[in-house]
Design a protein around this ligand. Structure first.
Ligand SMILES: C[S@@+](CC[C@H](N)C(=O)[O-])C[C@H]1O[C@@H](n2cnc3c(N)ncnc32)[C@H](O)[C@@H]1O
Length: 281
């Protein structure tokens, strides 16, 4: 993709099309054409806002409040779940996403909760070109970072997230427990994130460079996402190599866990030096 473009709404295809060899599609730009209108319309069936709010509880709100953060940039807004939760809790939120269909859906969802979303159509790789100001916190949630296939893109995006944060800012980024999927095969408690009970989300192909998931809905329709399976240790190192000072990793929102238990990891990543060296992991 050229530096100036995120796809306009007209340019987003009507249907997903991975070509003849879907497992060969391993590009960071894929996300723009993967989140087509039909899939975006159904996304909230997949995640079920109420069940997800129950399962996540106040985790993100409490993390941000405990750290005294107020001005938040949601870089992977999607249909707006976390932006709306944070707006409801009184945070100042800017909602960015590189996919226009997602932003439209997020805007409509936020309206239902009485909010006018401050939204920015921006790809993470050029985030600071499109987003003004500095933020207390950046959130990149819902297993979104996995959309980046090239290591250069990952490093570039983390540099952009770092740069858009104030000097003592915090990045909260989550991911699936891909170590488990790669090493032991897929299983899910379906307790977090994909909470909808009428939709299945299962991998149809896994190798070290690709996790291709199929999302099957009750009416028989199917959509797919091609994602890069980020290992936890790799992700934590990448965050530290990008200049962040500390990474604290939670497993399914718990501080202590065995690595093979959680479905999801959440990394709470600080930009500033820890005053107390014991705070650094
Ligand atoms: C799996 S969805 C998650 C949405 C939401 N955070 C949630 O938890 O429901 C991933 C989102 O990341 C966005 N995204 C992926 N890669 C991106 C990039 N390079 N720049 C901007 N947005 C991106 C997609 O458009 C999509 O809305």
């Amino acid at each position: 993709m050229s530096e100036t473009t995120v796809l306009s709404l007209d340019e987003i295809p009507k249907k997903q099309d991975f070509g003849e060899k879907p497992t060969k599609r391993r590009e960071s730009d894929n996300y723009q054409a993967e989140y087509v209108k039909n899939f975006v319309e159904r996304w909230d069936e997949l995640i079920d806002w109420e069940a997800r709010a129950d399962s996540e509880g106040r985790f993100f709100i409490d993390q941000l409040k405990e750290l005294g953060k107020h001005k938040v940039l949601d870089v992977a807004t999607g249909t707006g779940f976390h932006s709306v939760q944070l707006l409801n809790a009184g945070f100042n939120v800017t909602s960015a996403d590189g996919n226009g269909q997602m932003l439209i859906k997020a805007f409509d969802n936020a309206k239902k909760y009485g909010h006018v979303l401050q939204s920015v159509h921006a790809d993470w790789r050029w985030l600071n070109r499109d987003v003004d100001g500095r933020y207390d916190a950046v959130i990149c949630l819902g297993n979104s970072f996995t959309h980046l296939f090239d290591e250069d893109d990952r490093r570039r995006c983390l540099a952009e997230f770092y740069s858009v944060l104030k000097h003592d800012g915090v990045l909260i980024l989550d991911q699936r427990n891909y170590d488990n999927i790669l090493d032991k095969g897929f299983s899910s408690k379906h307790k977090y994130y994909y909470c909808g009970d009428k939709v299945s989300a299962e991998p149809v192909h896994i190798d070290d460079g690709l996790a291709r998931f199929e999302y099957a809905f009750s009416d028989g329709s199917k959509h797919h996402l091609n994602m890069f399976p980020l290992r936890k240790k790799y992700m934590r190192n990448l965050l530290l190599e990008s200049g962040f000072q500390t990474v604290e990793t939670f497993g399914d929102f718990q501080e202590t866990f065995h690595d093979d238990e959680p479905d999801f990891f959440v990394h709470v990543v600080k930009k500033s030096y820890a005053k107390n060296p014991d705070e650094a992991e």
